[in-house]
Design a protein around this ligand. Structure first.
Ligand code: NAG
Ligand code: NAG
Length: 162
């Protein structure tokens, strides 16, 4: 329900507001969402490596319309990544420099996220959310959920280093 308010607000006001404000608005509905586990994509990655969360942009009626791409992590206050048109992208502090959208030429969906230098703290639930602007809230679809599992390298002895 907080979600709907949020989307309605977004759709009517987005052209007036900055990404910073957008970020704050998204916080309102953000806490306490529970992942739709039944359709979740499970991904395993090794510490220090990269992973791509494959997510598409499914335009309504196949016609490109403006949208906001937002990647959220469960139990984090601030979305991991927000992209909107020509605004500077938002990257959460602990993901700075490690996160980007995949290359346009890549075989992955347009909303896919490329996370590099994986840390143990990256483990958890992520949601890919594409919000189409100028649409009524009920055309909104649930995001796609991903679960990232991070494994240590089998023969790596971090305690012996340094
Ligand atoms: C969206 O998620 C909610 C809660 O997980 C679920 O009840 C609902 O059926 C989902 N809707 C769609 C269209 O998947
Ligand atoms: C992910 O990012 C890394 C580092 O920038 C890059 O080397 C790699 O090609 C990217 N992968 C994809 C699928 O975009």
């Amino acid at each position: 329900m907080g979600m709907w308010l949020n989307l309605a607000f977004l759709e009517t006001n987005l052209h007036h507001i900055s990404l910073q404000v957008l970020l704050i608005i998204t916080l309102v509905h953000f806490k306490g969402v529970s992942p739709d586990i039944s359709n979740a994509v499970h991904i395993t990655a090794l510490l220090g490596e990269s992973v791509v969360f494959n997510c598409g942009v499914d335009f309504p009626g196949d016609t490109p319309v403006p949208y906001v791409l937002q990647w959220e992590k469960k139990d984090e206050d601030i979305p991991v990544y927000i992209w909107y048109d020509s605004y500077p992208t938002h990257e959460a502090e602990e993901y700075k420099g490690r996160i980007s959208r995949v290359d346009k030429e890549s075989p992955f969906g347009m909303a896919s996220l490329n996370l590099t230098k994986i840390r143990e703290s990256d483990q958890g639930w992520y949601e890919c959310k594409v919000v189409f602007l100028n649409r009524s809230p009920n055309s909104h679809k649930n995001g796609t959920w991903f679960h990232l599992d991070v494994h240590g390298k089998p023969f790596c002895c971090p305690n012996l280093v340094m």
